[in-house]
Design a binder for this molecule. Structure first.
Ligand code: PMV
Length: 402
């Protein structure tokens, strides 16, 4: 495939070039769980996610190409990563190189890649989705590949759900029949539903016990419910939630989102031996959400959980203040004699008045839990990856350093 553009002349004579991008996290409302092809990361079902704002959660990657570099190298959050022949990052790099328009020059020049996340890595906050989407986007731009569908396919090969982070708004990943058709597509952009907000309750920000790729391969091998989910349930849910999103119907959207999260964790329990991603904190949050919805006699919040205990809450902006106030009241931090409320990172919010919060808490009717949550992130739906002129300040990107 050839990819010629007007800057080709300049590109061919270049000895040094650096490209930097930021890419978002995405949180699925219809979950991807199971692969029909492990190597190519072709999923057993379609999935659908919201892309979160890069202001609060993002990966930033700078990639430099220079004739002075001796080897391809990659650093993640300051730590050099192995770029073995089988590593997803190496494969991604080699594939992008092979697609590049000036193969001779580019294959003789090495790259240095530096990537940082502005949130904990591998904590069930979809860091690999942002990371591989960013890597595909940056390397694509470095080597002249900018077609979003092509970048989505490349990102998928790094980490499946990364293919969705190439687009903003709400995004569907079509499972496809083969590698070229397993690609994400934007359903609506980030401006379509401006009232939609996302609150993440971080219960743990350290590495997960069972990685999603190990977990899903175990579920594929042992869960008898998974094929029913993939072939019967998900196709119906995808159509229904797309309609709800297009119509901005939160009631429907929330119902499907919560049911799909619960079904995904039921599949984990149906895996042998079972996998437990949720803990008692996650269960308390599920309970609080249902009580809140009952109190309002309609859905005002929707929880969803990935491969970890952190709760991701989709809700409309008018319920953000009360939801945050309840969670902060319910999950205090206590150290010896000092008790404080949870830190809320990201967007500003207004603490609701005590009377309203206690009314809600009474209706929830459950004991509060101390030291169970670490902090909260208050964010929204956002756009896809974009280039920036602000490169990561790292000596590893400078020619002469190898
Ligand atoms: O792309 P992976 O391997 O990190 O898997 C993601 C799996 C879930 O987060 C649980 C679901 C999803 O669709 O994002």
């Amino acid at each position: 495939m050839t990819h010629k553009n007007s800057s080709e002349e300049h590109f061919l004579t270049m000895v040094y070039k650096v490209v930097t991008a930021r890419a978002p996290v995405n949180i699925a409302v219809i979950k991807y769980w199971g692969k029909t092809n492990e190597e190519l990361k072709i999923p057993s079902n379609d999935s659908l996610s919201g892309t979160l704002s890069i202001e609060e959660l993002s990966a930033t990657t700078s990639a430099a190409i220079s004739e002075k570099f001796q080897e391809d190298k990659l650093w993640l959050n300051g730590v050099e990563q192995e770029l073995s022949d089988t590593s997803p990052a190496r494969r991604l790099l080699e594939e992008i190189r092979s697609l590049s328009y000036s193969q001779d020059l580019l294959s003789s020049h090495k790259v240095h890649i530096v990537s940082i996340n502005n949130f904990p890595t591998a904590a069930g906050l979809a860091s690999s989705a942002a990371g591989y989407a960013c890597l595909a986007f940056v390397l694509g731009n470095l080597y002249g590949i900018t077609d979003p569908a092509q970048l989505s396919i490349l990102a998928r090969k790094g980490s499946g759900s990364a293919c969705r982070s190439i687009f903003g708004g709400f995004v569907q990943w079509h499972r496809g029949m083969d590698s070229d058709s397993s690609v994400a597509e934007q359903i609506v952009d980030e401006l379509h539903w401006p009232q939609m907000r996302v609150v993440i309750c971080v219960a743990r920000d350290t590495k997960k016990d069972v990685s999603s790729s190990l977990g899903m391969s175990k579920s594929m091998a042992t869960s008898t419910l998974l094929s029913h989910r993939s072939y019967k349930v998900v196709p119906e849910r995808i159509e229904a939630i797309k309609q709800a999103i297009v119509a901005r119907d939160f009631e429907q959207f929330a119902e499907i989102t919560m049911q799909d999260s619960n079904q995904f964790h039921a599949i984990c329990l149906d895996t042998w031996p079972p996998i437990f991603y949720l803990n008692s904190t996650s269960q308390a949050i599920i309970n609080i959400c249902h009580k809140l919805n009952e109190y309002h006699r309609r859905n005002v919040v929707a929880y969803t959980f990935d491969a970890g205990p952190n709760a991701c809450i989709y809700l409309l902006e008018e319920y953000v203040d009360i939801f945050l106030s309840i969670i902060r009241e319910f999950f205090p931090i206590c150290n010896n004699t000092i008790s404080r409320k949870l830190e809320v990172r990201g967007r500003a919010f207004q603490e609701s008045d005590v009377k309203t919060v206690s009314q809600y808490l009474e209706s929830v009717g459950v004991q509060s839990m101390t030291n169970s949550l670490k902090y909260i992130i208050n964010t929204s739906i956002g756009r896809g990856p974009s280039l920036t002129d602000v490169h990561i300040d790292s000596g590893n990107l400078k020619p002469g350093k190898d």
